[in-house]
Design a protein around this ligand. Structure first.
Ligand code: BG6
Length: 494
């Protein structure tokens, strides 16, 4: 039986808390998943009290609730909420927080501290929690949930790890990558390891190349301060897309427990061929959106967005070609791509199989057999599709592409947000869907050489009109002339 705990949310009035954490906790309440006696202590600088925070939380939840907000459930949820006013940078705040928690009898001794704050503050907050003895485990466990990015590059990730490692054991640290909480991302494992059909084909002998795409129609929004220093490579590829790659490419784990799973993911990241500085241009591509049309709406370019410096060369689009140098994958190009203000918002993994060894149909109307694809739609469409070539009915020998569709969601299946699962896993002490430090470190090793070269090239960046699929120059990454970016989950009939 899961024990009750105190969820202390640092940064509780910020964007993440409004848009994700509070709605997710409310939905967990609705599903009856929050253990009896669990409390949520929101921390913020604003001079609010418990009642004020609850009324704000009500608005945030209402904006994101699936269906209508249920008053009875919200009342139950609000009864768990409390608010503590304090400034993270004030060392006097932490003993005050400790006394507040200790002074009330209804805060459980198991405490999860959630860092919904700026990455630059992770280290100092952990240190201060330690100094105020808030990490001591007499009476109950203490866990710390750290949002991404963990560090800014390899060196700063190592420094952050050294710092928090002084006060926390690895099993107390929950490094979130919310992508791992998405249903289809977990389904990659089920698809691969609960079905025997694919496994014999899942290697360099049958697979031509792999693409992993995350595109968004949104722009930088109100996150200029964070995003202009981070860019698409750090924001998406170092974390979410490399995690997806690890799941797609890993070996079957010895067991489905957290350590076995993470051991296998690390092996993939460790086997990714390092990109040397002279190879960066052949392996990585960056670009920035200029003004354009997203749907019907005319939107400004990145440089015209509020708080973006007029000479910024920060990338809003990044693409990367990688090779995994192991027995299963050697020689198979893997293309990762992400962008803001693209033509459509979607995430998918596209696996392209090799051509059949012989072109049997030469001399007929079938000039060239199309390749098979396996497509894993992550969002918005959660699906699994296999594309095959079949003969068209009729007297002529013509073919068409058809798609075998295993939809992952039935109309009445429950929808959940990635954060719901992850917030619950923290209470349950299940770290399978959180990143172990070595995963983060190897992921930085993959992107660091690219970031270093890009940081020196400050004069030029390609642009693409908002609402497009990115610059065609990104084709320079392709290993073969016939490779194309795959944008769609439906067969392209040519
Ligand atoms: C976040 C990035 O981690 O993931 C954002 O910081 C990005 O820039 C987001 O928009 C995408 O995740 P989702 O779940 O909204 O597709």
């Amino acid at each position: 039986m899961t024990q009750s705990c105190t969820y202390v949310i640092f940064g509780s009035t910020g964007n993440l808390s409004r848009v994700k954490l509070m709605p997710a906790l409310y939905h967990l309440e609705a599903a009856g998943k929050i253990p009896e006696g669990t409390r949520i202590l929101a921390l913020g600088r604003r001079p609010w009290d418990r009642a004020h925070f609850a009324s704000e939380a009500r608005e945030w939840v209402q904006a994101k609730a699936r269906g209508r907000l249920d008053e009875d459930i919200f009342e139950r949820f609000a009864a768990r909420l409390d608010y503590f006013q304090g400034d993270l940078n004030d060392s006097g705040m932490y003993p005050g927080l400790r006394d507040y928690i200790a002074g009330s009898h209804d805060f459980p001794d198991n405490i999860a501290f959630y860092m919904a704050i700026s990455p630059a503050e992770f280290g100092i907050v952990v240190e201060q929690l330690h100094n105020a003895q808030l990490l001591e485990e007499q009476g109950g466990w203490k866990r710390v949930v750290i949002e991404k990015p963990f560090g800014y590059d390899l060196e700063s990730a190592q420094a952050l790890q050294r710092r928090i490692g002084r006060y926390l054991r690895e099993d107390q640290v929950y490094r979130i990558d919310h992508y791992l909480g998405k249903g289809t991302v977990q389904n990659v494992l089920v698809f691969r390891f609960a079905n025997t059909m694919m496994e014999p084909l899942w290697n360099r002998n049958y697979i031509d190349h792999i693409q992993i795409t995350h595109s968004e129609t949104l722009g930088v929004g109100s996150r200029a301060h964070f995003y202009d220093g981070a860019g698409a490579m750090r924001d998406m590829i170092q974390s979410h897309l490399l995690q997806l790659l690890a799941l797609v490419a890993m070996e079957p784990p010895a067991a489905m427990d957290a350590e076995s799973l993470r051991d296998e993911k690390v092996k993939v990241l460790k086997s990714v061929r390092r990109i040397s500085p002279s190879a960066v241009h052949a392996h990585a591509f960056r670009a920035q959106y200029s003004e354009g049309l997203v749907g019907e709406e005319k939107v400004p370019g990145y440089l015209q967005e509020p708080n973006i410096p007029a000479d910024s060369v920060n990338e809003t689009y990044a693409a990367l070609k990688l090779y995994i140098d192991n027995w299963r994958w050697r020689g198979v190009p893997i293309y990762l791509r992400t962008g803001k203000r693209m033509a459509e918002g979607q995430s998918m993994v596209s696996i392209c199989f090799r051509h059949p060894p012989q072109q049997f149909f030469r001399g007929t109307q079938v000039e060239r057999i199309r390749q098979n694809w396996v497509l894993l739609g992550i969002q918005p469409c959660e699906c699994l599709r296999m594309e095959m070539t079949v003969k068209e009915p009729g007297l002529e020998m013509r073919t068409r592409q058809t798609s075998l569709d295993a939809s992952l969601r039935n109309a009445n299946d429950d929808l959940t947000d990635a954060y719901e699962e992850l917030l619950l896993d923290v209470i349950d002490g299940d770290r399978s869907l959180f990143l172990r430090y070595d995963e983060v470190e190897y992921a930085w090793q993959v992107v660091d050489p690219v970031l270093r070269v890009w940081s020196m090239e400050r004069d030029f960046i390609h642009t693409y009109p908002a609402g497009s699929w990115g610059p065609k120059e990104s084709r320079r990454l392709f290993e073969k002339e016939e490779h194309e970016w795959r944008h769609s989950l439906t067969p392209e009939q040519k």
